[in-house]
Design a protein around this ligand. Structure first.
Ligand code: 0L1
Ligand code: MG
Length: 262
């Protein structure tokens, strides 16, 4: 850890303001080149504490950069973790106000809802599957608070992994009823198929993403509480959105999720 508490607080406030006012800021490592993982998660946690103090409810947790497509797109090798806010939740087929965001992108994901607490270290896929109530299809809305998409991994973690919103829908299923790694996905952008993939794109098995989240939280003495909603990371690369754009993500066995930017 390289930052003191006052700086962590000030940087969390900077990112919070950038989100609220839709005014992007320079990536934090421009000013703090030695920023490390502990600094980044401390800023993210402070951001979360500020939001909770302001009345925001935490709607879930997320893993990001969990697919080869995303890792290649971002030129990184490690997943990152963040949280989801109640004000970012949209219903299936919902209209998303474009002006709420700086430069929104979307990605299709498989979401888990847990029935029991998951605690690392050593959490693995079998424990995740045993603790899962159901899985359902989802689309994440990403919006970096950094100027011109210039960021690095630690700056992204501080900025709550670009989390901005999410849409769920489709058909919840028990994990014993489906094969998550071979589950197919088709993403349509304005009616045209632009991405095809399978669940295995997420770390070989989307449940691995949940296990890694539990193990990452364990390093900070935290666990995934029972009843958590968890987005496991984009199965495909993220797609940039413009006002008026429609997206439908069709998942094998899980139904579809759609949204429109208005
Ligand atoms: O959900 C994610 O994959 C996190 C992505 C963070 C970087 C970005 O804004 O694309
Ligand atoms: Mg994501």
């Amino acid at each position: 850890m390289t930052l003191d508490e006052a700086t962590v607080n000030a940087l969390a406030g900077r990112l919070e303001r950038a989100e609220r006012e839709r005014k992007p800021v320079a990536k934090l490592t421009d000013e703090y080149p030695a920023l490390d993982w502990d600094d980044a998660y401390a800023i993210q946690n402070t951001l979360r504490a500020h939001k909770i103090a302001a009345g925001v409810r935490i709607a879930g947790l997320k893993a990001g950069l969990t697919s080869k497509a995303k890792m290649k797109q971002m030129n990184v090798a490690e997943p990152v973790f963040g949280f989801l806010c109640d004000y970012g939740a949209y219903g299936d087929g919902g209209e998303v106000p474009f002006e709420r965001y700086i430069a929104p992108r979307i990605e299709a994901e498989i979401a888990f809802v847990t029935a029991r607490e998951l605690r690392g270290p050593g959490c693995h896929i079998a424990q995740v599957l045993a603790a899962t109530e159901f899985v359902l299809p989802a689309v994440e809305i990403l919006d970096s608070r950094y100027e011109n998409f210039r960021f690095d991994l630690v700056s992204v973690v501080a900025d709550n992994t670009s989390a901005a919103g999410f849409v769920t829908g489709g058909r919840p299923r028990r994990v014993s009823e489906i094969d998550l790694p071979t589950l197919g996905l088709v993403v349509e952008h304005n009616g045209r198929v632009v991405e095809t993939a399978a669940g295995a794109a997420v770390l070989g098995h989307p449940a691995e993403s949940v296990a890694m989240l539990a193990n990452s939280l364990a390093r900070r003495g935290e666990a995934i509480p029972a009843g958590s909603f968890i987005m496991t990371g984009g199965i495909t690369a993220a797609l940039a959105m413009a006002r008026g754009d429609c997206v439908t993500a069709r998942f094998q066995d899980l139904g579809s999720v759609s949204l429109r930017f208005v």
